[in-house]
Design a protein around this ligand. Sequence first.
Ligand code: RTP
Ligand code: MG
Length: 141
Amino acid sequence: MAVERTLSIIKPDAVGKNVIGEIVTRFEKAGLNVVAMKMLHLDDDKAGGFYAEHKERPFFGDLVSFMTSGPVVVQVLEGEDAIAKNRELMGATNPQEAAAGTIRADFAQSIDANAVHGSDSAESAAREVDYFFAADEICPR
Ligand code: RTP
Ligand code: MG
């Protein structure tokens, strides 16, 4: 399996619950390395551009409001099969459908306030990492 990079966001609900460290620990214990990390408070343009693929969806306005409601932590995770591994650790989008022991099952409230984002494909990962990080902000081990 190939070493990949994926973009992770700890969303405003999880930052507000003070579980940044608990979430990062799950990545580290699963063998994913944090190779870039920063805290940001997104504005409408930055959040809307990030979720541009969902612009026509009925939930887009709520999604942007939620993602700008407080600070987020954006990270680049690197490791074997990182994209799928991160999605597995996150659990289903709707926390009520998320498998026991996943981040969303343990920390998320609702389909809107669902604790984390993770890139869903190699193409999204490349775009999303570039969206938040310059090359010299990424520190491979
Ligand atoms: P994310 O992009 O945040 O990692 O989440 P995801 O891949 O699991 O889900 P996605 O389909 O990309 O949707 C992005 C975010 O939009 C909200 N959403 N609401 N009300 C709804 O039906 C609905 N569907 C999606 C969720 O907060 C989801 O994380
Ligand atoms: Mg998505």
